[in-house]
Design a protein. Structure first.
Length: 142
């Protein structure tokens, strides 16, 4: 996934394996260079897979972006009350480890938690948590 130093509603990934983000959908280019080059040569988009986000996906995406970019996130009471017991248990464990402070209005990453921000974000990634696999299809944290 690419990054930009300024806000952008669209990020187009160039090259094999790159990921594009158009705000409501993601698309990943072919990972294999030969397939990528073949598609380009034939004038085709070299896409391997994509995902159009649901409203829930977009809400979680914004939450994760807030945590990872601003080291804090705010949420409404309804969101807080609908957190699963599993998520609450994980949040409580991170509080005990000194990584976060959270409550009914949001979450703050502590200075100790900055190194673990990807772990903090992963608590809210429902698709990642549903996979329950030992393989790491994404870049993993230590």
């Amino acid at each position: 996934m690419g990054y930009t130093t300024s806000p952008s509603a669209m990020l187009i990934g160039l090259g094999n394996s790159s990921i594009s983000d158009i705000g409501y959908a993601y698309a990943q280019n072919n990972k294999e260079i030969s397939s990528y080059k073949a598609d380009i040569t034939l004038g085709r988009f070299p896409l391997q897979k994509g995902h159009i986000q649901t409203a829930e996906d977009q809400e979680i995406r914004q939450l994760i972006l807030d945590i990872i970019c601003q080291e804090k996130a705010t949420w409404g009471t309804e969101f807080f009350l609908n957190l699963s017991q599993e998520v609450m248990d994980q949040l409580d464990e991170m509080v005990l480890d000194g990584l976060i402070i959270y409550g009914k209005s949001g979450l703050q990453v502590t200075s100790s938690g900055k190194a673990w921000v990807r772990n903090i974000c992963s608590i809210f990634d429902k698709k990642l948590n549903r996979k329950k696999t030992s393989a790491f299809p994404f870049s993993k944290v230590v």
